[in-house]
Write a protein that binds this ligand. Structure first.
Ligand SMILES: Cc1cc2nc3c(=O)[nH]c(=O)nc-3n(C[C@H](O)[C@H](O)[C@H](O)COP(=O)(O)OP(=O)(O)OC[C@H]3O[C@@H](n4cnc5c(N)ncnc54)[C@H](O)[C@@H]3O)c2cc1C
Length: 304
């Protein structure tokens, strides 16, 4: 618990980020969780996933940009991903973060970028998923989403089970027919806003996943938790839910064994595949989820 807290706090440290990027000691860990720095390496990773009968969602790493030029650059990358998916005939779509497109600067800029991205995706018959970030961004993310939803349908959201507000948000999303990815939540949130105990988060996740499978529009159930997955599979069998009504999702490099097993059992599996050189925040959140991963970094540090 303490390690998780410390790692999530450090995920905001620009000096540690600069140090780790220079030192390259995190390289083996980055390679494990990130599909390379370029779109070409990411395309190869998706082709390998497609061969394993999995789909992918590509993510150009980056978040919390503070100037419009960086937001513009990230929007351009998103358009390149849409092109690459179409050109290479990948079974994949795009995930992105709104703070990468300027949400901390201005919602208007973000909406403009999103409209361009959704229009390009629509021309190629593609869907775009908006990741959910810290609790301080949820209302603004929903505001941008509502504005896009007025005229577009190829966009979906993520909700985090650890937030107390999520039961209510999910009811609205289900009512409006919004495609939802359900996750536990990856940020450090205070107890007034979020459950802190794993048992409470897991209980909320199980309840919300069942609700989405029963009433949602093609929900994505995103977890590596074997116990939750076993219980959900039981629920799906008990209620005769067809396996094309939903999909499971996991992160690149995490529990590949479980990914393969679910596919072999006939379930749909989409792998979130991040690439690019702004891997620091993403990697620190993966470390916080499983501090044992730190050994990768430490072993590399002491290696002569
Ligand atoms: C496809 C996808 C998209 C996501 N998008 C978002 C998002 O938009 N916003 C957001 O806040 N969060 C997002 N997350 C992260 C999510 O909130 C969790 O932090 C993350 O999935 C870990 O939770 P878990 O459900 O796997 O369960 P946990 O209880 O954390 O872990 C269960 C088991 O999974 C394995 N495991 C989990 N994490 C790791 C790891 N890092 N390394 C190795 N093994 C691990 C371990 O075996 C562990 O025992 C996403 C996750 C996925 C899978």
């Amino acid at each position: 618990m303490l390690a998780r807290y410390v790692l999530l706090r450090l995920s905001n440290s620009s000096s540690l980020e600069a140090y780790l990027r220079r030192a390259r000691m995190a390289a083996p860990l980055v390679r494990r969780f990130v599909a390379g720095e370029t779109i070409e390496t990411a395309v190869q990773a998706v082709q390998a996933l497609n061969q394993r009968r999995m789909t992918a969602t590509l993510d150009y790493l980056g978040e919390n940009v503070t100037n419009p030029a960086d937001a513009n650059e990230a929007a351009g990358r998103c358009l390149q991903i849409i092109d690459a998916i179409a050109r290479e005939r990948l079974d994949a779509n795009l995930s992105l973060k709104l703070t990468q497109l300027g949400l901390d600067i201005d919602t208007g800029i973000t909406i403009d970028h999103m409209q361009r991205i959704l229009d390009a995706a629509d021309r190629e018959g593609q869907f775009v998923r908006i990741d959910m970030e810290t609790s301080g961004h949820v209302d603004r993310t929903l505001e941008v989403f509502r504005s896009l939803w007025l005229t577009r349908r190829n966009v979906g959201l993520v909700f985090q089970s650890y937030l107390h507000r999520t039961d209510a948000d999910l009811q609205n999303a289900i009512r409006d027919g919004v495609r939802v990815r359900l996750v536990k939540g990856a940020y450090d949130e205070p107890p007034t806003i979020a459950y802190r105990r794993k048992a409470d988060v897991d209980r909320a996740f199980a309840r919300q996943a069942e609700l989405l499978i029963e009433k949602g529009v093609y929900p994505a159930i995103a977890t590596h938790d074997p116990r939750l997955l076993d219980n959900l599979k039981q629920y799906i069998r008990d209620h005769n839910v067809p396996s094309d009504r939903f999909e499971f999702q996991m992160l690149f490099g995490i529990r590949r064994d479980l990914q393969d097993r679910l596919v072999a059992e006939g379930y749909r599996m989409r792998v979130y595949t991040p690439f690019g050189n702004r891997w620091y925040g993403y990697m620190m959140r993966r470390l916080a989820e499983r501090p044992a991963n730190l050994w990768f970094v430490l072993k590399n540090l002491v290696r002569p």
